[in-house]
Design a protein around this ligand. Structure first.
Ligand code: FPP
Length: 240
């Protein structure tokens, strides 16, 4: 079957998962790390080549101080605990986002995790941390301007933070909201969108299979018509 090569996920609903259990929001994020671990394994088992997740957005700094510091601490703990296991499973880690605003300890952890997993080839895991789609586009454009290169689509594409992987085929958002929230604005141009009410900590193998099955029902036309795709180019005049 046609398994999406690259899946991107907005892991939404951790806070609600915790609040419903009378737990602090950070407990939901901790459970979110478990869900992510499960999802990485399930993706690798299904032949997905790239998984890109939104772990901390440029806008998440506006959350209560204790939640922001909880997420930062969680990153440090997750790096220490998960990287050896991920590496053993053949996962190559990339951290995507602005490192300027992060602590030295976290940046050192990210650099070390990328180096420790650089030889792995089973699955690429891009963790977007202090990332925003607009930041990515603006940064790529600024790089081109600084180098005196023209702002063409190809040049921008090459300067973007996910230039090392093809664009996402399937974009999943959990937690019931149906918006992009500044995630992969450039790269998601032709991604198939899948929204589920399920909260991220409850996103399991069955939920992943449901999203992949929905993807497999989609007709990806990339601006062409159905009949063009079926080999009947010329019958339809209007691109969809
Ligand atoms: C959105 O849920 C989730 C986040 C802002 C953080 C996602 C992070 C993880 C899943 C853990 C992995 C991250 C690290 C640091 C290793 P929400 O808090 O907006 O949930 P809500 O909509 O129910 O409030």
């Amino acid at each position: 079957m046609n398994v999406p090569h690259h899946i991107a996920i907005v892991m939404d609903g951790n806070g609600r998962w915790a609040t419903r259990r009378f737990l602090p929001r950070v407990a939901g994020h901790k459970q979110g790390v478990e869900a992510l671990r499960r999802c990485v394994t399930a993706c690798a088992d299904r032949g997905v080549g790239v998984l890109t997740v939104f772990a901390f957005s440029s806008e998440n700094w506006n959350r209560p101080v204790e939640e922001v510091s909880g997420l930062m601490d969680l990153m440090v703990v997750a790096l220490g605990r998960e990287v050896p296991k991920l590496s053993k499973d053949g996962v190559r880690l990339h951290f995507v986002g602005e490192r300027g605003g992060l602590s030295e300890k976290i940046v050192a952890g990210l650099v070390q995790a990328e180096a420790a997993t650089a030889h792995n080839t089973r699955l690429v895991l891009n963790v977007c941390f202090n990332y925003g789609g607009r930041w990515d586009i603006a940064r790529a454009a600024a790089q081109l301007v600084a180098r005196g290169e023209p702002l063409t689509e190809i040049n921008l594409d090459r300067a973007m933070a996910l230039a090392h992987v093809p664009d996402p085929d399937l974009f999943i958002r959990t937690g019931g909201e149906q918006r992009l929230s500044n995630f992969l604005l450039w790269q998601g141009a032709y991604s198939e969108l899948f929204f589920t009410d399920r909260l991220w900590p409850e996103f399991d193998e069955a939920a992943l299979d449901e999203a992949i099955a929905a993807y497999q029902q989609r007709e990806r036309r990339f601006g062409q018509t159905s009949s063009q795709l079926a080999g009947g180019a010329g019958r339809d005049r209007q691109a969809a």
